[in-house]
Design a binder for this molecule. Structure first.
Ligand code: PRP
Ligand code: URA
Length: 207
């Protein structure tokens, strides 16, 4: 599995804001959007291009344009907090929603909703979820997408636990993972330490 961890100062600065328990919902959402915008440049570096001819005011130039459909798949709910930043830079992307929540006692993922674009199998798919804890939700999502025929999968997270990365690697070593920080460990409740708490609650002001 190809893993890319970001050490960029702007990303680390915004990550510090996300981790702070005193950061309110508005600033949390804004910082999540900003951090995603900074990560997406690297996470999309392999997008396919095709050559076209473009008439400039001076001459005909050979230019390059995107030649690959992109589908963003946020894992509900928290993954939604990363979608707007992605659509800002890839406005032609489609969005497929996958509803999976983690059972509070067993920590296993539970499916409740999916709506994918019809061309998802031919797309490069970028899964978004700020938190990769046990990896169960992301593994479920990758399994789901592969069953639909998707071949090219990238995962974008903000914080990941080493345990979850290992679990994904064992099942899906063919994907790419872009993560702002690989944290220390999971606690007894399978929350990431130090982490940032419950990402969905912090984005949507619930709890
Ligand atoms: C959180 C998070 C991930 C999942 C990570 O979602 O956004 O989807 O837990 O845990 P895992 O790696 O152990 O599966 P949650 O289930 O709390 O749902 P929510 O986004 O609706 O709050
Ligand atoms: N889900 C979260 O939102 N945070 C964690 O630390 C673990 C799972």
């Amino acid at each position: 599995m190809q893993i890319f961890e970001f050490n960029h100062p702007l990303i680390q600065h915004k990550l510090s804001i996300l981790r702070n328990e005193n950061t309110d919902t508005k600033l949390f959402r804004e910082s999540l959007t900003e951090i995603t915008s900074l990560m997406i440049y690297e996470a999309t570096k392999d997008l396919k291009l095709k050559l076209i001819e473009t008439k400039t005011p001076i001459t005909i130039a050979k230019t390059k344009v995107l030649d690959e459909p992109v589908t963003i798949v946020p894992i509900l709910r928290a993954g939604l907090g990363m979608v707007d930043a992605m659509l800002d830079v890839i406005p032609t992307a489609k969005v497929g929603h996958l509803g999976v929540y983690r059972d509070e006692k067993t920590f296993k993922p539970h499916y409740y909703y999916a709506k994918m674009p019809t061309n998802v199998a031919e797309s490069k798919v970028i899964i978004t979820d700020p938190m990769l804890a046990t990896g169960g939700s992301i593994i479920y999502t990758i399994d789901y997408l592969k069953k639909l025929g998707v071949k090219n999968i990238t995962v974008m997270c903000i914080i990941a636990a080493p345990e979850g990365i290992k679990n994904i690697e064992e099942k899906h070593s063919d994907i790419s993972l872009y993560v702002a920080s690989i944290d220390e460990k999971l606690n007894d409740h399978k929350y990431i330490v130090p982490g940032l708490g419950d990402a969905g609650d912090r984005i949507f002001g619930t709890k």
